[in-house]
Design a protein around this ligand. Structure first.
Ligand SMILES: [Zn+2]
Length: 422
């Protein structure tokens, strides 16, 4: 055990010294300006002290710089997934949260974090540990200290739920007192108390289940709301008191409308939204996070034909509704809901966003620029610009003509440190 730790430590130190002592010049066939969609070709980026120092068709070539030739690739800002679950893995979700200890799940989460980084995701928002409480605080802090590789993280601890709600352990023997995967709050006052506790334990934001469970029939999604508008407003106000935000899981109205009126930062899943909800989201710049990838995976990996059919009906509604959300000007952030499906494969979300109506540039903006804005890192991440963190990936070919290039990451740098080379 000690030897494994030592080897890992030495590897990291070597990388650290390498990254921080010498400037690096990245050379590639192309570089994408995600703000304008403009391609620079050929492209060079000079990285120094973890930051982008210069970029263009050519840059200064300091004598001590190492040059990395990345060939027929396109340089992009590091990808940002705003809906992940590091503490889940493929397999029966509810069962794993029952049978696996929090320490075990934390170890798996650190491995997942590494897989996300190697897949090009240099920043992420973890949307709930699902029963592991504030264990995500330790993972985020270990990454920030350079102890383990992983994306920059915004974390929420457990999601907040009502008694008998979306992620409560409904349907078990009551005498066994099976605990939920979420933390209960059943009033505005309880929401404030739970959020204060979570923030004390390290959460960057609060995640609330606002709808569930869903049913789909005749092209309509129905889902009971969980918290009233007044309760959500109390949660948003309490989070804002310390500069934090609230994100909600909501598939449809009226829950989504209550969340939009309360002023949450994002509405995740959002299969079907009313005109009024979309109008408010545009006006208040509340992001929609479509999470197509998780449902897509569940259709092909359903336990029964009935389950697959129900999930397909949900996708069909979402596919019809998503273009309306785009047309209404609702800002979109990329979020895959990875965890229930294999870690490191979540760039498939980009492919699906394009399949359901976005241009490749819009999809890339959702997973870079908009993700950085939603996570509160707009001034330092999400674009390739001098002074920004050197969070840079390279994909084969041109992602504007083939979005699946994002599923084939060839090079990953975070804060000037190289984690993946061709
Ligand atoms: Zn989720």
């Amino acid at each position: 055990m000690r030897r494994i730790v030592l080897v890992l430590f030495l590897t990291l130190v070597t990388t650290n010294l390498f990254g921080q002592t010498r400037p690096v010049i990245l050379k590639a066939a192309r570089m994408l300006d995600v703000e304008t969609g403009r391609i620079t070709s050929p492209a060079e980026i000079l990285v120094r002290d973890g930051l982008i120092a210069e970029l263009g068709t050519t840059t200064a070539h300091p004598a001590d710089a190492e040059t990395l030739e990345l060939g027929n690739t396109t340089l992009l800002p590091g990808l940002i997934d705003t809906h992940v679950h590091l503490f889940l893995h493929p397999g029966a979700q509810d069962l794993q949260t029952l049978s696996e200890s929090v320490p075990q799940r934390t170890i798996l989460a650190t491995i997942a974090a590494r897989e996300h980084l190697l897949a090009g995701f240099t920043a992420e928002r973890d949307m709930g540990t699902e029963g592991a409480g504030s264990a995500d605080t330790a993972v985020r802090n270990a990454i920030n200290k350079g102890l383990i590789p992983g994306p920059r993280l915004r974390i929420s601890g457990n999601t907040v739920d009502i008694l008998g709600g979306h992620e409560d352990a409904v349907g078990y023997n009551p005498d066994q007192h099976v605990l939920p995967n979420a933390t209960y709050a059943n009033s505005a006052a309880e929401l404030v108390t739970v959020l204060r506790q979570q923030f004390k334990e390290g959460a960057d934001f609060g995640k609330i289940y606002e709808t569930g469970r869903d049913t789909v029939a005749n092209g309509r999604v129905s889902s009971p709301y969980q918290f009233t508008e007044a309760e959500l407003t109390a949660a948003v106000t309490e989070a804002a008191r310390t500069g934090r935000k609230i994100a909600v899981h909501a598939s449809t109205d009226p829950g989504a409308l209550y969340a939009a009126r309360a002023g949450v930062s994002s509405i995740d899943h959002a299969e079907q939204l009313s005109e009024e909800t979309m109008r408010l989201m545009k006006e208040k710049r509340i992001f929609v996070v479509p999470t197509f990838a998780v449902l897509d995976y569940f259709v092909t990996h359903a336990a029964t034909k009935e389950q697959a059919a129900t999930r397909q009906r949900m996708i069909d509604v979402h596919a019809a509704e998503f273009p309306k959300q785009l047309a209404a000007g609702v800002p979109v952030a990329m979020g895959s809901d990875v965890g229930p499906f294999p870690h490191g494969t979540q760039a498939r979300e980009f492919t699906l966003m394009v399949k359901y109506g976005m241009s490749p540039l819009q999809a890339i903006q959702a997973g870079t620029l908009n993700g950085a804005e939603l996570l509160g890192w707009k001034a330092s991440l999400g674009v390739l610009k001098p002074g920004y963190f050197a969070d840079i990936v390279a994909v084969p070919g041109d992602p504007l003509t083939d979005i699946t290039a994002l599923e084939k990451i060839q090079f990953v740098m975070k804060a000037g440190l190289i984690y993946r080379r061709p």
